[in-house]
Write a protein that binds this ligand. Sequence first.
Ligand code: FAQ
Length: 312
Amino acid sequence: MSALESRFDETIAADQRIEPRDWMPEAYRKTLIRQIAQHAHSEIIGMQPEGNWILRAPSLRRKAILLAKVQDEAGHGMYLYAAAETLGVDRAELTEMLIEGRQRYSSIFNYPTLSYADIGVIGWLVDGAAICNQVPLCRCSYGPYARAMIRVCKEESFHQRQGFELLLAMVNGTAAQREMVQESTNRWWWPSLMMFGPPDGDSPNTQQSMKWNIKRHTNDELRQRFVDMTVPQAAALGITLPDPGLVWNDERKAHDYTEPDWSEFKAVLSGSGPCNAQRVEHRKRAHDRGAWVREAATAYAQKQAARRESAA
Ligand code: FAQ
């Protein structure tokens, strides 16, 4: 083993951070690029389901809240692309890979938003699941990713609360509004459980990622944490989670629950979810429409560089 490899192993064993200039195994770098890029793409594609309701928000207050949330997701995407760039990839290259279907984004964003209750339920369940998954990533061994996660998690907590607050208003409203919240919860519950990834036995990356202190918990551990956290919140809302198998297990001191339909998860990952094609097409259109901005920014930067050179 080379001195560089031993140094890397010692840093991981001491639970310290790897920084961009440190030597790292190629497989560690590749895993991080895969996970951070997938995470960044999720934040950017994740703007679409909620963005769909900005023009139809029921009040100015709700519109301002939703606009701010969707803008935050764009910001998260930017921090994450910047973190990925410290590993030697280019953001433009990552965007190409997303558009060409060579990199993934979270399965959850391939489902449609059908009512305004979905805005509340996404905040409650989807941001809730994101927080559960991402708080441990603040202790990830790769410095730039861990630091980006600290800010992202603070903002996600705010997003989760705005979702819960919207749902509280709706469940205290009319019978029709309560029904909207229940119907939306029924649709989003199972896809939210899938956000944590495949069951541990079918997760090819978990073991190695945990050895490298990238992941701190397995997919099933985090899914369980999410279920246990969400049950009392559903009770506070007076909403039923759509799983008859969801019961407290006193021996395990955790809830038993029914596994989501993993064949649906696989189908969504392979591109045949309800909105896959639409999401990627929309992202591609936005990217193409932004070409003139990128060209203008490049031309400006080149001109500035030429001016500096001639002044020197
Ligand atoms: N969707 O071996 P594992 C948000 C893939 S939150 C799609 O277990 P790993 C906030 C996986 O990439 C959502 N693909 O993989 C927001 C792997 O692919 P491969 C984003 C999935 O990496 C809220 C294969 O399956 N959060 O955006 C999914 O160890 C509201 C095998 O799986 C993150 O990305 C999935 N759900 O664990 C925004 C968090 N699950 O190897 C807007 C960071 C797995 O075939 C509105 N990521 N795959 O290329 C992680 O923690 C991990 O990457 C996991 C997956 C836990 C997602």
